[in-house]
Structure formats: structure tokens, C-alpha cells
Write a protein of this length. Structure first.
Length: 521
């Protein structure tokens, strides 16, 4: 049968246009990026997704604006690449800025493509990954772009709590590219490559007179250590894509599903006697809670979020008995594991993410409470500390807590050390202390007159500390009132926690009907 010449010509032209769209930035720019070790937008998507699964959408979109010399700069695709593919066989939607085309700036069609992709992820119940490398909105179009562009911010907001949203910062990002990232659940940033800021050093110098470099303003370490805008710091693009895939493995695809169990070879009944020496019984001595976590979870595999921000609290994902869980733990190595403005924000947001996506929560409690001091008070510890209280009380996923050593004051309530705030199962080690304040501080306050009059104040203080602990601050008093479920040995912690989480599978809890609560922001 003879081939239809008209059809063959149309196919030839299609292939030509597609090739032009794929190389819209030009051969020289692409080669220069490769010399710098930087991937193109499509190469980034291919590196993230399962091989050969990417289906691109809107490759021939072009900008609507023609002012300020834009008319001759009409690139197919308009500087963004969007579509869907698979990660470990599961569908995911992806957007990527092409920084080789006008700095990856967002024009009307560029942003519209991204917004439509976010909306599709929601409709189809699949995770969204944004690969951001954009200088922000395209100033040549001005505010007119909103008439056509839709809104990334609106789409990200409607997607929040419906599908997991992850952003990678892969270049110098400003404006909409950073606000759009901040509205997502987790942000990765590549060291030496990624930057985030609202306005750059030039505008800052013109407006405020301050001199600062791009890196000092919004470099990777600033975003992961100082302002907390990013959750994960990675060394390069390939590590970034690998870690995104790893993170997604802990999540369900959407809020209507449960995270998948992943059986492994770590025995459920594995005893952990080394915890008896790893955690000192003396509440004044420090230890690394990460070591405790890695001893408890399957195969020691723990993916920590925001490890370099608010270090006095540790948050992250792991598996126990193959089950995906989120972990919130006090870190005695920093500020004694006390709760602060930043750690309250960090842990509250993490709890709300896990609650949105049916991920059970484990709380490892060892805290002296909220950090006292003028600085914390002036920074708003009341308001920020209440976020953690609110997030814990609002959450309905299975919650298991275990107090390792101390649970004092407001920290006891915020970390769910007992069942009054909806903790489903609460345990304590025999070394646990529950009190308004530490035994030493309480003894000094309660017996101040006796201590002043004593012949040997030091000896009397130690006696009163022991008496206070024996009568009030021990875990058995909490067990007697049924505020905790049981006192357990450190070595049996892993088995007891796995049994607890298994017993809570299928938990259903409905809060009073309402439009939404009003978290103290």
C-alpha cells in the first residue's frame, strides 16, 4: 500500500518542530551547561524518573507577550518542561524550568503550563515534583501575565495536603520560583548550585545600602542552617534526584491512600540492649538521639529532614516492621533538647505533613520543656510554641510516644508524653521523670528555707532530690494514673513500638466538623 505523502510530510514537520523545541536554547548554550556539569531541564527530568517513562505536555506553548523586544524571542515550550512519568513504577508529575531560555523566567504560558500540571497531579492523585531553576517572573510581561497564566501559588495551595509536593532548587531562584517552593512540603537544594531569595543583592544594595553576595544571601547553607527554607542539602544533581526518589518511598501517592509496607530482613523481635548504655540515666548528661533512632528503626535507615536547622529537635522518616513512620525526637545534644521558636515550627509542620498523608508518628521524649529566656520570649515562643501543641492535638494519625528520660513542663504536653492530647499509646523507660520542672530545681524551690538553715545544704539537697523523684517524678506514678500505658525496658523498645503501630493500623478518628481550625501562625 502506497504511503500517504501528505501524512508523511506532516510527520516530518512535526518531528522537525519537536527537535526544535528540545533544542530551543541552542546548541552552544546546552554545551556550555554541560561543560559546567549542569543538566538541561529535560535531562533533569529523565534522571529523576524511571527510564523512558516521561510523557511531556505542552511542548509547543509560546508566550503571549510581544512587548520589550519579546517578539523575536519566542521559544517553543517557553522555558518550562512539564509532564508525567514513573518513579519506582508509580506515576508522578514533574515541572522543570529551563534556565537556558531567558533565565527560566516565568511568562504567561510558562507559568500556565506549571499550574495546569499541578492541577493534574491533584485530579489524578499523584505526587508532584518541581525542578526549579528560575530567575522569577518575566518582567517584560509585567502583571498582565496573570490574565492568562493562572497561579502557581493557588495551584500549590489547593494541592497542599492532597498530594505530596517536593521541590528541588537547582539554580539561582527568585520571586515566584521560591514562593512556589515554600508552598510545597519538602525542598531540596544543591550545594554550590541552588540559591533562594526574594530579591537579589543588587536591589538590596539600591534599597537598603547593604552589601551581600548571592551565596551569603540565599545560598544552600543559608537555606538549610539559618532560615530553614530548605529541608535537604545535597552535593549534586544526581544525589538530589536519588534522594527525592528515596523520600517518596515513605509516602502514599495521595491523602486517600496509606503508605505501602516494605518488608525487610530486620527481625521485628530484635532486642536492643545497647540502649541501656547509650542513653545515660543521669538527666544532665547528653547523648545523640540519632543513635537511638538508628538502633530502633529497620536496618538503621533514617531519612532526617532539616538536620541542620533547629538541631534541638530531630524529624524524619523511617520504617519499623516494614511500616512507614514519621519520627519527632528531642535532641539532648543541643540546648538539652528544649523546645524553641524554630524547633516548634519545624516539628509542627512535620507533624501536619504526616497527619495529612496517613503516616503514623513516633515521639521520642527527652525534654526539659520550652527554653526560658528573654530572646525566646521576644521572638514569640508563646505563639510559636503553641503551633506544636496545636499540630499535635489536631492530628489523627496513629501516635505512639515513649519518654526516655525527662518530660518536664510544657514540653511534656507538646511532645505527647501522656495520653491527654490524643497519644494512642504512651510508654516510658524506668529512668523517665515526669514533672513541672526537674527534680533538682523543684527541690531547691520547695525546700529553700530548709536548705538555707541546714548545716549541710548540699547533703540535704541531694536527699530532697531523691525524695522528689521517688514520690513524684517517676514513671510509675504516671502509670498508676493511666496517663501512660506501661513502663518498659530499653531493650524491648523496638518490639513494643512495632506491636503498638501494628495494633493501630486502620485507626479512624473524626474531629468536630468545621471549615478549618485557626493554627497560631
Amino acid at each position: 500500500m502506497a504511503k500517504d505523502e501528505g501524512m508523511q510530510e506532516a510527520i516530518r514537520k512535526l518531528r522537525e518542530r519537536r527537535a526544535q523545541a528540545h533544542a530551543a536554547a541552542g546548541k552552544e548554550k546546552i554545551e556550555e551547561a554541560h561543560r559546567k556539569g549542569i543538566l538541561t531541564a529535560r535531562e533533569r527530568i529523565e534522571a529523576l524518573l524511571d527510564p523512558g517513562t516521561f510523557c511531556e505536555q505542552y511542548p509547543f506553548a509560546e508566550p503571549t507577550g510581544r512587548d520589550f523586544g519579546l517578539d523575536p524571542k519566542r521559544y517553543p515550550g517557553d522555558g518550562s518542561v512539564v509532564g508525567w512519568g514513573s518513579i519506582e513504577g508509580q506515576r508522578a508529575y514533574v515541572t522543570a524550568n529551563d534556565s537556558l531560555i531567558m533565565g527560566g523566567s516565568g511568562s504567561s504560558s510558562h507559568i500556565r503550563k506549571i499550574s495546569l500540571t499541578i492541577d493534574q497531579a491533584v485530579k489524578n492523585g499523584s505526587p508532584l515534583i518541581q525542578l526549579n531553576d528560575s530567575s522569577g517572573g518575566r518582567i517584560q510581561e509585567g502583571a498582565d501575565k496573570t490574565a492568562y497564566a493562572l497561579s502557581v501559588f493557588y495551584s500549590n495551595t489547593l494541592a497542599s495536603g492532597v498530594v505530596p509536593q517536593i521541590t528541588a532548587i537547582l539554580g539561582r531562584c527568585a520571586g515566584y520560583a521560591v514562593y512556589g517552593a515554600a508552598l510545597t512540603d519538602f525542598v531540596f537544594i544543591v550545594e554550590g548550585l541552588g540559591e533562594m531569595f526574594i530579591t537579589g543583592p543588587t536591589i538590596i544594595r539600591e534599597i537598603t545600602g547593604e552589601e551581600i553576595t548571592f551565596d551569603k544571601l540565599g545560598g544552600a547553607k543559608v537555606c538549610t542552617q539559618i532560615n530553614g527554607a530548605a529541608d535537604f542539602l545535597v552535593a549534586n544533581e544526581q544525589e538530589c534526584f536519588q534522594q527525592i526518589r528515596r523520600l517518596l518511598s515513605f509516602f502514599p501517592p495521595n491523602c486517600r491512600e496509606l503508605p505501602s509496607d516494605r518488608p525487610n530482613d530486620d527481625p521485628v523481635d530484635r532486642s536492643v540492649p545497647e540502649l541501656e548504655d547509650l542513653v545515660p540515666s543521669n538527666p544532665q548528661r547528653v547523648y545523640d538521639i540519632r543513635k537511638v533512632i538508628k538502633k530502633l528503626v529497620d536496618e538503621g535507615d533514617f531519612m532526617e529532614a532539616k538536620p541542620d536547622f533547629a538541631k534541638n529537635i530531630v524529624t524524619g522518616f523511617a520504617r519499623m516492621g516494614g511500616m512507614s513512620i514519621g519520627i519527632v525526637a528531642n535532641q539532648p545534644m543541643f540546648l538539652g533538647g528544649s523546645l524553641t521558636v524554630d524547633s516548634s515550627d519545624k516539628s509542627a509542620r512535620f507533624i501536619r505533613f504526616c497527619d495529612a498523608f496517613n503516616i503514623p508518628l513516633l515521639f521520642l521524649v527527652d525534654t526539659p520543656g520550652y527554653l526560658p529566656g528573654v530572646q525566646q520570649e521576644h521572638m514569640g515562643i508563646i505563639r510559636h510554641g503553641a503551633k506544636l501543641l496545636y499540630a499535635f492535638c489536631e492530628s489523627t494519625v496513629p501516635k505512639v510516644a515513649i519518654t526516655l528520660r525527662k518530660s518536664y513542663g510544657g514540653g511534656h504536653w507538646a511532645m505527647g508524653g501522656h495520653n491527654a492530647h490524643g497519644t494512642d499509646i504512651a510508654y516510658a523507660w524506668p529512668t523517665a521523670e515526669f514533672a513541672i520542672m526537674g527534680a533538682e530545681q523543684a527541690a531547691k524551690l520547695l525546700y529553700s528555707r530548709e536548705l538555707k538553715a541546714a548545716a549541710d545544704p548540699a547533703a540535704l539537697l541531694q536527699e530532697k532530690i531523691r525524695e522528689y523523684r521517688d514520690r513524684f517524678a517517676n514513671p510509675y506514678r504516671m502509670a498508676q494514673t493511666m496517663c501512660i500505658d506501661d513502663v518498659i525496658e530499653p531493650g524491648e523498645t523496638r518490639l513494643r513500638l512495632i506491636k503498638a503501630f501494628r495494633s493501630l493500623k486502620g485507626k479512624r478518628e473524626e474531629k468536630p466538623p468545621r471549615r478549618h481550625g485557626n493554627i497560631p501562625l
